[in-house]
Write a protein that binds this ligand. Sequence first.
Ligand SMILES: CC(C)(COP(=O)(O)OP(=O)(O)OC[C@H]1O[C@@H](n2cnc3c(N)ncnc32)[C@H](O)[C@@H]1OP(=O)(O)O)[C@@H](O)C(=O)NCCC(=O)NCCS
Length: 368
Amino acid sequence: MYVPKQAVSNDELAQRGLDTSDEWIRTRTGIARRHLAGDHETTAQMAIAAAHDALEVADADPREIDLIILATVTSNHLMPSTACMVQDALGAIRAGAFDLNAGCSGFVYALSLAQQAIASGEHNLVLVIGAETLSRVLNWEDRGTCVLFGDGAGAVLLRATEGPAGIQASVIGSDGSGSNLLIIPAGGSAMPATRDTVDQKLHCIQMNGQEVFRFATTILAQATEQVVTKAGWQIEDVALIVPHQANMRIIASASKRLKLPVERFVVNLEEYGNTSAASIPIALCEAVQAGRIAPGENIVLVGFGAGLTWGATAIKWSVAPGEAAAPSYRNVWRWLLYRWAGLRSFTRQKARRMLVLFIRKADHLGRR
Ligand SMILES: CC(C)(COP(=O)(O)OP(=O)(O)OC[C@H]1O[C@@H](n2cnc3c(N)ncnc32)[C@H](O)[C@@H]1OP(=O)(O)O)[C@@H](O)C(=O)NCCC(=O)NCCS
C-alpha cells in the first residue's frame, strides 16, 4: 500500500475556513484525518508504489505479470488507461493493462475479473490495484463531500494455485437508476469541459449523502450474505470482514444486520477517510501487517459506491503471516529491473520520435 505523507486533520480543514468541526466529522463519519497527495503525486505514481511493494512481498518478477487491472475513478487522464503507465514503469512487458471504473466497488470488481481470468486458464499472474487521487476532484467548499475523502493506493497479486485456498466466490452488482447520486457531472462526453463547467465546479464530486447512506447500509450486509452463501459458508465462519471505508455508521449498521461484532470488521477510516477503490486494499494490507488474518481463515471483502455498484469477495486466506509481512529491505535485483524499465521506456519514446523524423525526411527527399 501507499498513502501520501501529508495528513490533514479535521481541525485543519476547519482552520482553512471550511464551515465544519472535528466533532461533527468524527461523530457523523468516524473520520479524523485524511492523507492528501502532494503536488507531484498522481494516481499512477501511487499505484506504482503500491505495486512495487506487492511484487516485493510476493517476491514476483514483473515480467511474469499477465494482466494489470487498475480500479480507479481518478485516472491520470481520461485516455489512456493509467494501468498502461503502471505496466510501463514496472517493466511488465507481457502484461495487458486497463483501468476499471466501478466507483468505490472497483477493487472488488477487479478481483472478480482477475480470479475469472486465472480460473479460465488464460492468465497465471494478475496484478490488481486500487488507487485514487480524490483530492483533485473535490470541491473544497462543499463540506458535505470534501471532508469524507482521501488519497492512496493498495495492490495485490493473484496467482494460479492448485490448493483449496484463495478466492472462493465473488458477487458484483449494479443499479444505474442511482447513477446521479454520486457523480462527477462534467469532463465526460455528456458534458465536455467548458469555462462554465469549470466555474460551476462540475468537475468535482457531487453526492446525495442521505440516499447513498441508505443504499450503503442495506447493500453492505446483503452483498456479504450473498457471497458467504455462494462460498458455501455460514456467516459465523467469517473471521474478518474488510469493508469499503466510507463511514463508521455504515459499518456499525452492517455489523448489527449481520449479527457480527464490530471487532470482526477492519476499520481504518479514522486515519484515511474514504479512498474509494483504494480503501479495501489499504485496509486489507494493514490487517495483514497487524497479524489480524491467519492462514486458513475465511475473510470477506465488500464494497459499494458510485454507479450505484456493489461487490463482495470470499477468500480463504493462504499466505502465512511471515510471508506477507511488510517489505523491510530493497530487493536490488527488482530495483535494477525498474531502472531498466525506465530506460526501456525512454529509449522507445526516443526511437519512436526518431522514426517519425526519419520517415518525414525520406518522404520530403522522395518528393524532391
Ligand atoms: C455525508 C454524511 C456524513 C452526512 O451526514 P448526515 O447525518 O446525513 O447529514 P445531513 O446531510 O443530513 O446534514 C445534516 C446537517 O449537517 C450539515 N453538514 C453537512 N456536512 C457537514 C460538515 N462537514 N460539517 C458540519 N456540518 C455539516 C448539513 O449542511 C446539514 O445542515 P442543516 O441541517 O442545517 O441543513 C452521510 O450522509 C453519509 O455518510 N452518507 C454516505 C456517504 C458515503 O458513504 N459516500 C461514499 C459512498 S462510496
